[in-house]
Design a protein around this ligand. Structure first.
Ligand code: UD1
Length: 428
């Protein structure tokens, strides 16, 4: 079978209307949270992307019944028998570690394979484990697995070293099984955390403060089944906004809360892109020319690291030089060499990228090293002169539902050659 790739002919301004799917980084956690009840949970607006399919596998491996109905996921946990997330699934998606908290809360025990490194750096889970231990779980690591045992979890005061998204979510879910009050300080504030809290509240949980740095949970929570619609994917929306801007077009992006994109929209405006915000939509209109603007990634409400590669493409076609600082992941500049092969002029100094605007890019054969870098290379292909062949698009399929269909619906000349691949490498 020929490997899947995108062939992009640059130079077409994007125009029209496009709808984003449900947020990848939310739906994965809602699926894990469903393990906290024996009752049926219905999750609407679930994107059909590889990462969600892997989480479906993780749940089925635990013995949970999961079925798709259109874009809704029906999850029926019942008294599922397994307590283990095996390496063959966790290596395909690091986010599988998120079942640890719910398993411990529900059954008092869990074995989850330790995720390895990934293409954007080594990603530790020390804060997840420290917090679980503080809640009273006994943690051991053996043969590549984390084993957690907790006949009883007890509410406590946890202070995270860093507002880690995954650690906050794992600990919020573990606290569902803890007796008394759990307070998590320096918690992550991402919109996906708020969506998880809303989901848990709809299941009967008592949670306050989600979206602020201090989250409080009163447990133990007897949770019941629920029905919930996933928030729109702010990273997909941001990617499409940059696509409209670099291609010189005008695009309405539907299904997104603009409040989830505060700083990225601010940065787009500073660069010279026109952005209008509606209740659940954005209108993005390209500017005549773009200015260079510095940015630094930080936990929400800071600039999202998941939009850093896309902004680098926009800065490459701006006038002047900008500095992009990556503070969240250690190796998130791996795609820069690929962009330079397309005519960009970017140099790396530690965790800073110095981006010199070059005006025009030129199409080339390039390789997607990870999900968001893959999306950035698609954007570069849209603005480049000539043809770009993007290889390893299975990375892009992990987080974008038919990105090529959405872009070609807006007028881009992009086609997929070869079938969607089964193979998924260990990743973000
Ligand atoms: C989530 C998102 C990812 C996003 C990231 C930051 C999902 C599935 N993925 O990843 O798309 O880029 O948030 O917004 O939701 N760290 C530790 N120890 C820990 C936990 C984290 O050192 O125990 C470090 C990581 O190595 C990384 C930083 O903290 O450098 C941020 O990680 P975290 O916020 O946990 O990101 P994820 O939840 O993995």
């Amino acid at each position: 079978m020929e490997k899947s790739k995108f062939v992009i002919e640059g130079g077409n301004p994007l125009r029209g209307e496009v709808r984003v799917g449900g947020a990848k980084n939310s739906v994965l956690k809602l699926m894990a949270a469903s393990l906290l009840t024996p009752e049926e949970c219905l999750i609407h607006n679930a994107p059909r992307i590889t990462d969600v399919e892997i989480m479906v596998e993780v749940l089925r491996q635990l013995g949970v019944e999961v079925t798709w109905e259109g874009s809704s996921l029906m999850i029926n946990p019942g008294e599922f028998p397994s307590r283990e997330a095996p390496y063959q699934l966790v290596r395909r998606m690091r986010a599988s570690i998120i079942v640890l908290g719910p398993l411990v809360a529900r059954w008092g025990e869990a074995s989850v394979a330790i995720p390895g490194g990934c293409n954007i750096g080594s990603r530790k889970i020390d804060m997840h484990l420290k917090g679980l231990a503080e809640l009273g779980a006994e943690i051991s690591t053996e043969h590549g697995y984390v084993h957690a045992r907790a006949p009883r979890l007890k509410g406590t005061h946890i202070i995270l070293d860093f507002p880690s998204v995954g650690a906050t979510e794992n600990l919020v879910m573990a606290a569902m099984g803890a007796e008394g009050t759990t307070v998590i300080e320096n918690a992550a504030r991402e919109p996906e955390i708020q969506d998880l809290a809303a989901y848990l509240v709809s299941m009967g949980a008592e949670i306050g403060g989600a979206g602020s740095p201090v989250i409080e949970i009163n447990g133990p929570c007897e949770l019941h089944g629920t029905e919930h619609s996933v928030i729109g994917d702010r990273i997909e929306a941001g990617t499409l906004a940059v696509a409209a801007a670099v291609s010189g077009g005008e695009v309405s992006i539907l299904g997104i809360d603009p409040g989830h994109l505060g700083l990225p929209l601010e940065k787009l405006r500073e660069v010279g892109v026109e952005v209008e915000e509606g209740e659940d939509r954005l209108l993005v209109r390209a500017g005549e020319e773009y200015a260079s603007v510095d940015l630094a990634t930080l936990p929400f409400p800071g600039f999202p690291t998941d939009l850093q590669p896309q902004m680098m493409v926009l800065q490459s076609v701006a006038r002047g030089t900008s500095v992009i600082t990556e503070n969240v992941f250690e190796s998130r500049f791996m795609f820069v060499d690929e962009l330079n092969r397309m005519g960009c002029d970017i140099s790396i100094e530690g965790h800073h990228a110095i981006v010199r605007g070059v005006g025009a890019l030129s199409g080339a054969e390039v390789c997607a090293p990870d999900l968001r870098a893959g999306a950035a290379l698609v954007l570069a292909g849209l603005v480049a002169e000539g043809e770009t062949h993007l290889l390893d698009v299975y990375h892009v399929d992990r987080g974008y539902e038919h990105l090529e269909t959405k872009l070609s619906g807006l007028g881009a000349a992009i086609t997929r050659v070869g079938a969607v691949e089964e193979k998924v490498l260990p990743q973000v």
